[in-house]
Design a protein around this ligand. Structure first.
Ligand SMILES: O=C(O)[C@H]1O[C@H](OP(=O)(O)OP(=O)(O)OC[C@H]2O[C@@H](n3ccc(=O)[nH]c3=O)[C@H](O)[C@@H]2O)[C@H](O)[C@@H](O)[C@H]1O
Length: 433
C-alpha cells in the first residue's frame, strides 16, 4: 500500500538573471549610461523580490492536502472537497465524516450521500487491520461521489483547513481506535485517537463559525461491570473493564465540557457490537467465519459460572438508521468563534438490538450458514477487557430518534457471510453494496 501524500504545488523555477556587468573602464561612462544600468539593475532586483514572494514559492505545510488515492494538487483537492461536501438539495446537510473508510463510517457516508447530503470523508487509513479492506471501501465511496481526505484527526492544521474550506452543518465523528482486547497491547493508540484526537476535533469545531453539531461514536463498553440489565443511559458507567471503555467514557465527559463551555451541540451514540458486510476483521464474528472455513480452532469464552458470554449484536443497517436519526434531530450548536451564547443540546443514546445472544449461539449460526462444523476450544473469559454480557435498553433512542432495529443475528450473519464469500473469493466486483 503506497502512502500517497499529494505533491505540493511546484515551487516557482526562478532563475536568477545573469550578473549585471558594469564596465567602469568604458571611455563612454557617461551619466546617462550609468542611470540606464542602475534602472535596469533595480528593475531586475525588484522582479526577483516579487517572484520570491509570489504564490509560486514553496507552499506552507497548511496547504498540503492528501487525497489518499493519487497525487492531487491543492487546487484540485479543494475542488473535490467542495464537490463532495455539496448537498444535492438546498435543505441537505453538509457533513464531515471522520473514520469514513472504517466499517460504520463507510456505511453512514454512503447513506448520507445517497439521500442527498453533502459528505466529506477523513481517514488516516491506519494499519490496525488490513488497510486493503479500507481502500476497497474507499473505492465504493468514490464511486458514490464521496471524497476522502487522507489525514489524522490529531492534525489540527488539516482540520482547520477543512472547516475553513467548507461550512459543515454536522460532524459525524466515527474515527477511533476500536477493539477492546487490543488496548492491552497498544494503550497509547487509544489515548491518541479516542482522547487526544477527539479533543483536537472539538477544539477546531468550537472555533468554527457557525459551529457544526457533533455526533460521535461512544460504546456499549462504557457500562463495564454494570450488572443491571438492560443497560440504560441512566445507569452507572464508572466501572470500565478495559482501557478502550475508559477512553470512550472519557470522551463522554469531554463532550460534556465542550458543550458546557463552548455551546457545541453534541450527541454520543453507544454502539453495541456492530456487525455486518464490510465489517471489521478484528471482531469475533468476522475471524470466527474465517477460521471456521479454514478448519482452524476458534476460542470461545465462557463466563465464570460456565455460562456463555453474550452480546447484544446489532446489525449495521440498524446502526446507520440510528446515526441518521441522531443527525437529523441534532439541534444547532449555540456558540461561535469559541464563545457560547446559550445552553446547547447534549445527548447520549444506546444503539443496540435489545436481544443479547450467547457467543456459543453466534458460533452455531455460523456453522449452519457455512455448513461447516467449528473446531472449538472453550475457555474461561480471560481478564482481557471483555465483559460478560451486554444488553441495551433502547427506549430513549426509539422515542427521540425513531430508532427501531429490525435485523436479528441470523438474518444479519447471512448477509455478512454472503458479502464475505464474494469479497474474499477474488471476485470483488460481486461484493456490491
Ligand atoms: O459494543 C462495543 O462497544 C464494542 O463492540 C465490539 O467489542 P466486542 O463486543 O468485544 O466484540 P467482539 O470482539 O467481536 O467480541 C464478541 C464476543 O466474542 C467473544 N470472543 C471474542 C474473541 C474470541 O476469541 N472469543 C470470544 O469468545 C467476546 O468475549 C465477546 O463476547 C467492538 O469490537 C468494540 O470496538 C466495541 O465497539
Amino acid at each position: 500500500m503506497s502512502h500517497l501524500d499529494n505533491i505540493p504545488s511546484t515551487p516557482g523555477k526562478h532563475k536568477p538573471d545573469k550578473a549585471f556587468r558594469f564596465h567602469s573602464a568604458a571611455a563612454s561612462s557617461s551619466l546617462s549610461k550609468l542611470t540606464l544600468y542602475s534602472t535596469l539593475f533595480l528593475s531586475v532586483l525588484l522582479i526577483f523580490l516579487l517572484l520570491l514572494s509570489s504564490p509560486s514559492s514553496p507552499p506552507s505545510p497548511r496547504r498540503h492536502l492528501s487525497t489518499g488515492s493519487h497525487h492531487t494538487p491543492l487546487s484540485l483537492s479543494h475542488k473535490l472537497i467542495r464537490k463532495s461536501a455539496r448537498p444535492r438539495y438546498t435543505t441537505g446537510h453538509t457533513v464531515l465524516v471522520t473514520g469514513a473508510a472504517g466499517f460504520v463510517g463507510t456505511h453512514v457516508s454512503l447513506a448520507l450521500k445517497r439521500r442527498g447530503d453533502g459528505v466529506l470523508g477523513l481517514d488516516n487509513f491506519n494499519h490496525y487491520y488490513d488497510p486493503t479492506l479500507k481502500r476497497a471501501r474507499q473505492k465504493i465511496l468514490e464511486k458514490a461521489g464521496v471524497f476522502i481526505v487522507e489525514g489524522d484527526i490529531n492534525d489540527k492544521g488539516l482540520l482547520q483547513q477543512l472547516l475553513d474550506a467548507v461550512l459543515f452543518t454536522h460532524v459525524m465523528h466515527l474515527a477511533a481506535q476500536a477493539g477492546v482486547r487490543y488496548a492491552m497491547q497498544n494503550p497509547g493508540s487509544y489515548v491518541h485517537s479516542n482522547i487526544a484526537g477527539f479533543v483536537n476535533l472539538l477544539e477546531v469545531s468550537k472555533l468554527a463559525n457557525p459551529q457544526p453539531a457533533i455526533i460521535w461514536a461512544s460504546s456499549s463498553s462504557v457500562y463495564g461491570l454494570n450488572s443491571k440489565v438492560p443497560f440504560s443511559e441512566k445507569d452507572r458507567t464508572d466501572q470500565p473493564a478495559s482501557l478502550y471503555a475508559a477512553t470512550k467514557k472519557a470522551g463522554e465527559e469531554i463532550a460534556h465540557t465542550y458543550n458546557h463551555i463552548y455551546g457545541l451541540s453534541i450527541t454520543g451514540l453507544r454502539f453495541f457490537t456492530v456487525y455486518g458486510p464490510w465489517g471489521r476483521p478484528d471482531m469475533a464474528y468476522f475471524f470466527f467465519t474465517k477460521d471456521i472455513m479454514k478448519g482452524k480452532t476458534i476460542t470461545v469464552y465462557e463466563s465464570p459460572d460456565k455460562g456463555s458470554v453474550a452480546r447484544d449484536f446489532t446489525y449495521i443497517d440498524d446502526i446507520v438508521k440510528g446515526c441518521l436519526g441522531a443527525l437529523d434531530t441534532a439541534k444547532k450548536s449555540t456558540g461561535s468563534g469559541g464563545k457560547k451564547r446559550e445552553p446547547a443540546q447534549l445527548r447520549i443514546f444506546n444503539l443496540g438490538n435489545t436481544s443479547p445472544v450467547p457467543v456459543s449461539r453466534l458460533v452455531s449460526i455460523l456453522e449452519k450458514i457455512l455448513k461447516v462444523k467449528a473446531k472449538k476450544k472453550v475457555v474461561p473469559l480471560p481478564r482481557n477487557g471483555d465483559v460478560e454480557f451486554t444488553h441495551a435498553n433502547i427506549t430513549l433512542a426509539m422515542t427521540e430518534l425513531g430508532y427501531k432495529p429490525t435485523t436479528d443475528l441470523e438474518a444479519g450473519l447471512k448477509k455478512f457471510v454472503r458479502w464475505y464469500l464474494s469479497f474474499y473469493s477474488g471476485s470483488k466486483k460481486k461484493s456490491s453494496w
